[in-house]
Design a protein around this ligand. Sequence first.
Ligand code: UT7
Length: 322
Amino acid sequence: MIRSVVKGVGAYLPERIITNAEMATLVDTSDEWITARTGIAQRHVAADGELTSDLAIAASRAALANSNVHVDDIDLIILATATPDDTFPATATVVQAALGMERGFAFDMQAVCSGFVYAVSTADNFIKAGQAKTVLVIGAETFSRILDWEDRTTAVLFGDGAGALVLQAEESEGTNQDRGILTCHLHSDGRYREKLYVDGGPSRGSVGHLRMEGREVFRHAVVNIAEAIDEALEATGLEAKDIDWFVPHQANKRILDATAKRIGLRPESVVVTVGEHANTSAASVPLALDVALRDGRIKQGDMVLLEAMGGGFTWGSALIRW
Ligand code: UT7
């Protein structure tokens, strides 16, 4: 069978960092509260005029260099974002033009924080269907632009950034020993819109600000994520002990710890970057992958579990042999 094999990863973070101490000068909060409740120590924020596409282009160039794949080989770009440059065209097409890609196709994917897992699953399906051989999957966000900087309950939680992954079709045996994506599981439940949403959009005539009932999202996150992970393990017949690296969506260190405990994952297998990046929505998983690859933790042949949960609600998991 055909598998979607990871060829390389790249990432980009804006230069400007806002520490918790600086955040405490902007809203009524403290380093102690943010650290204890979330594990976040700092976040990167895009410069004036720096757009989601700029972040995505930088991450994509890094991913192409890391994978030794030439831009002419890319058939498809999927860019997961909830903060596109413009209402249209898709930010993915801006990236396409900037990379000098004159063939193939490109589109955006909107599943908020679950966007990257949705995009990985979608890319895998295009590859398995034979419609694309090489896919550039990007998660890129500028959430700083949709935060209400007077609302301490949300302003302290998010950051900007981008990560990208190159997937390529390879013939394989069809076993769990194959390299590539082994299984993906996606969910959404629109009844929970009010728990996490932006109170604006093109049809409403404004950009709007992020609104969240944090405690409610937290409660659902642990349950939903654990279910999506159980599905991935059940589909492959693997067990928690078979997972080498757990690379979750980075929303809150307490959610990561609670999920790992619930599933029975070894604490040392959890890749945690929320402290340095905060919650970068669709960019958080590829940013975390990039860190764990560059520091030598993830190696070829390792079993890597991705998961995410976000507005909608949306959630999902993906199991990949690196
Ligand atoms: O990526 C999409 C998915 N998003 C998530 O997964 C986020 C999930 N939720 C969370 O991570 C947590 O619920 C939060 C970090 C958002 C909040 O932590 P919490 O432990 O659930 O706190 P809380 O909302 O129950 O608030 C506790 C207290 C409140 O004060 P009172 O009512 O107890 O007096 C808040 O007003 O903390 C107060 N508070 C703050 N204090 C200082 C809320 N935000 C802040 C703040 N600084 N920034």
